[in-house]
Design a protein around this ligand. Structure first.
Ligand code: 9G3
Length: 590
């Protein structure tokens, strides 16, 4: 391919809306262009990268025993009615009607479609286990598409679905997909961590998210600095530091309850200043609506309520902070003076740390008034004591007690154990050995293909541009002719170009009528793993300059040595060889 012909419009500047480096570089390197909010065109170079990522995904998914098929993008509403999800996803779902007025959606995911297929085509235990997958556009009408393809409204996903006889079978399929994901991300040059996550609305129980740690990530990951424990902050737990057994009112010599006047002192910070006491000694009391119930939630003064954990602890489908009127009605006081003492008739949920607060401060359920010397067990009890707080960096690992750290992450993959949620809703069953009808156990597994491309750039770039891992680079080599008008240079470059392609090295020829500096800058910006220069300085000796994008110094080699060198550098990263070598850096030993 000649750069003079390639549609790869590089840019010096980018629109200010590009907030993250991958979005900026994908625009500047001529990989993609925006067609509409959250909707993109992948230009030739960008599409070559996507095809390489897809090829690696296919190789590993096929090697793991799953079968590729293609499901429809347009999905009939009926199936979503049967699973009850048509209403569950409101404006986020792209909906349309056909000429007969029948409702459809553009597929945001394919649990319904694939379960409907299996319901019709699988009858016997002999047909299980079965893992099916596709690589296909998905549609989700995000309120705020941002970060380029990282949060788009049309994006490319590999989604797989496993079908097993029972839970034990599902565990095997889940493990197979989990390991295939580890191989896929290593082969594309992405450093990922599998973190425990909350299944959320999709249902089921175990789920892991594959996270790329990056400051621009939208997700927050909590991980142990000592062991392998890692979890999405929504799910993360921490060890409770218990001074001793929870307060039972007898064992601690705490003075009796004391009302104190705290005019206008509403927040924890104001209370700390007013009383000169630490937030860790305060019992923050928040009134929540959980489905149709009003509950009081207690966390230590320096903590925040984790609403996903609260909902799970209460078995509620949704929780939200109560409005001021509800707070007044429930506590008899304006917002900012709520406390657990005397809150009769209201369900009280206390975080695991709260019973250990020995000599606490909390609202008195009276305007401008708080209580001191509050002791769990003596002065109040909770109906439910559960983990309902957000973990923060510095807390202790629930597994090993090590210190937890937090980082931002880009979620590039997610694996779920769905159980029978969809097979029950749609009647996908099989006859077992005894002829008994049983529900199929399902799992689902996604990889964001277009998001993976952006995540690779987030992890592989410098101030000059992208640094593609060889396995996914749009081309392996940028062959630059300093002066294409000089026939000796051009002929030498063209014969080297042919020899490289014959050796299995993918090369573009920069034959543009541009200054050398422009060519070098574009080579670095687009991020080809290797740059070869044919110019007057070395042509006389029959040599070329070869430089790796990730190295500073170049080497001068005779033509055929250059071909051999490049072939050796590239071969290990093409095909499954790149997958099976442990902890290979993206550019070994250059
Ligand atoms: C919808 C809309 C948005 C959605 C969903 C449904 C996310 C939805 C969860 C999943 C779970 C897995 C298979 C591949 C891996 C992820 N956003 N999810 O179900 F109707 Cl509008 O998609 N599905």
């Amino acid at each position: 391919m000649r750069l003079s012909a390639l549609l790869a419009p590089t840019l010096r500047e980018v629109p200010s809306e590009a907030e993250v480096v991958s979005h900026r570089l994908m625009l500047r390197a001529g990989l993609m262009r925006k067609a509409a909010g959250g909707i993109y065109t992948y230009l030739p170079l960008g599409y070559r990268v996507l095809k390489k990522i897809m090829a690696i995904v296919r190789e590993e998914m096929d090697a793991a025993g799953s079968q590729e098929l293609m499901l429809p993008i347009i999905q009939p509403a009926e199936l979503w009615h049967q699973t009850g999800r048509w209403a569950e996803y409101g404006d986020e779902m792209f909906r349309l009607k056909d000429r007969h007025g029948r409702s459809f959606c553009l597929g945001p995911t394919h649990e319904e479609i694939i379960t409907d297929l299996v319901r019709s085509e699988v009858r016997s235990y002999r047909q299980l286990p079965l893992i099916l997958y596709q690589i296909q556009n998905k549609y989700r009408d995000e309120i705020r598409p941002r970060f380029g393809v990282i949060r788009g409204r049309e994006f490319i996903m590999k989604d797989a679905y496993s079908f097993d006889r029972d839970r034990a079978g599902l565990d095997v399929s889940y493990q197979k997909m989990f390991e295939a994901y580890q191989r896929i991300f290593r082969r594309v040059g992405l450093e990922t961590r599998a973190v425990l996550a909350d299944p959320g609305a999709i249902g089921g129980d175990d789920t892991h998210e594959f996270m790329v740690l990056a400051d621009t990530g939208e997700a927050e990951v909590v991980y142990c600095t000592k062991c392998q424990y890692a979890a999405n902050v929504e799910k993360a737990a921490a060890r409770v530091l218990s001074p001793e057994e929870p307060g039972d009112g007898k064992s601690v010599a705490v003075p009796p309850l004391q009302e104190i006047s705290t005019p206008g002192v509403r927040s924890i910070a104001e209370l700390e200043a007013f009383l000169g006491l630490p937030a860790t000694q305060m019992i923050k009391t928040l009134i929540y609506k959980a489905d149709d119930r009003v509950v009081a939630v207690l966390v230590r003064g320096d903590r925040e309520v984790n609403e996903l954990k609260l909902a799970r602890a209460l078995g509620a489908s949704s929780v939200e902070p109560a409005d001021a009127a509800t707070v007044e009605k429930a506590t008899g006081a304006p917002v900012g003076f709520a406390g657990p003492v005397g809150l009769d008739g209201l369900m009280i949920v206390a975080d695991l740390e709260v019973p250990f607060i020995q000599d606490g401060v909390t609202g008195a359920n009276k305007a401008d008034t708080h209580l001191r010397h509050v002791v769990y067990g003596r002065d109040y009890r909770a109906g439910l004591v559960a983990d309902v707080r957000f973990v923060v960096a510095g807390d202790l690992c629930p597994e090993c007690g090590g210190t937890l750290a937090s980082a931002r992450g880009i979620e590039v993959g997610q694996v779920f154990k769905l159980g029978t949620k969809y097979s029950a809703a749609l009647g996908a069953t099989y006859l077992d050995e005894t002829g008994q009808e049983r529900l199929i156990e399902m799992g689902c597994y996604g990889i964001g293909i277009s998001r993976t491309m952006a995540a690779i750039i987030e992890q592989h770039h410098d101030e000059r541009g992208i640094r593609w891992p060889i396995s996914v680079a749009p081309y392996h080599v940028d062959l630059i002719v300093i002066n294409p008008a000089d026939s000796a240079q051009l002929q030498a470059a063209e014969s080297l170009y042919d020899n490289l392609w014959e050796a299995g090295v993918e090369v573009v020829l920069d034959d543009r009528d541009e200054r050398a500096g422009v060519k070098f800058n574009d080579a670095d910006l687009i991020g080809f793993p290797f740059r070869v220069v044919v110019g007057p300085r070395t042509l006389g000796e029959g040599k070329v300059e070869v430089k790796a994008r990730v190295q500073d110094e170049a080497r001068i080699l005779p033509f055929d040595e250059a071909v051999r060198y490049l072939q050796e550098q590239i071969a290990p990263h093409v095909g499954r060889g790149g997958a099976l070598v442990e902890s290979r850096s993206c550019h070994p030993g250059i």
